[in-house]
Design a binder for this molecule. Structure first.
Ligand code: SF4
Length: 215
């Protein structure tokens, strides 16, 4: 049973963190370049008013600082404070009990878990329920099923090395999105266990290679 004082604290905490605040922090943390209010609104698919309220909350909590762009003083850029970086880093961590349970799984079960998680995130993305994800399965460096045998079946062109299902990233700083029109094709190759190399006779893979969109 929750004691009144504890419940009041929880309510206060909840009220101080309206929807979008955690997502806002994650987007600012994941941006390779400084992001402005317009960019944040676009990434979160929210209105300018909601973006402004989200940023006000983040600034009020000491997690984000506003800066004026040197070349255009009218433009505001958002930057994580030291506290914001700590909170963003810990927010991305899995609870210890989940990590311990996952570590106890076999390598095959871990790989299956990662694939299932990726499929779930992708579905959420398609439904617009989550703003962005920097996953291998949407990355132009990703080469699915390049190696027919062994645990590391895929290849990452960025690090130029094989990677397995359990290595697949859902939030990779080096990820560069593949063109939107090609993303479903890359996903199909991944889930159907096909590689670009073995499917060269298919027009879509020829197009992807020929246009240099997947290397
Ligand atoms: S760069 Fe990152 S997201 Fe892209 S394939 Fe390599 S590990 Fe995956």
């Amino acid at each position: 049973m929750v004691r009144p004082a504890s419940r009041a604290r929880r309510r206060k905490h909840w009220a101080a963190a309206p929807a979008g605040v955690s997502a806002g922090l994650a987007v600012i943390a994941g941006s390779a370049a400084p992001i402005g209010l317009g960019g944040l609104a676009e990434q979160l698919a929210i209105t300018a008013g909601t973006t402004s309220a989200t940023v006000t909350t983040l600034v009020g909590k000491g997690l984000v600082a506003k800066r004026r762009r040197k070349t255009d003083r009218r433009e505001v850029q958002l930057k994580l404070t030291a506290k914001g970086k700590r909170v963003a880093a810990s927010a991305g961590e899995w609870p210890e009990a989940v990590l311990a349970a996952a570590a106890a799984l076999s390598q095959g079960d871990q790989a299956g878990l990662v694939r299932g998680l990726i499929a779930l995130i992708r579905e959420l993305l398609e439904r617009g329920a989550v703003p962005t994800a920097r996953m291998c399965v949407g990355c132009r460096f990703f080469r699915p099923n390049e190696y027919p045998t062994g645990a590391k079946r895929h290849h990452c062109q960025y690090i130029d090395a094989p990677i397995g299902d359990s290595d697949l990233r859902v939030e990779c700083a080096e990820m560069e999105p593949i063109e939107a029109e090609l993303a479903p094709r890359l996903w199909n190759l991944f889930v159907k266990g096909r590689s670009l190399g073995t499917e060269l006779q298919m027009p879509e893979e020829q197009e992807m290679r020929g246009r240099g969109r997947v290397r």
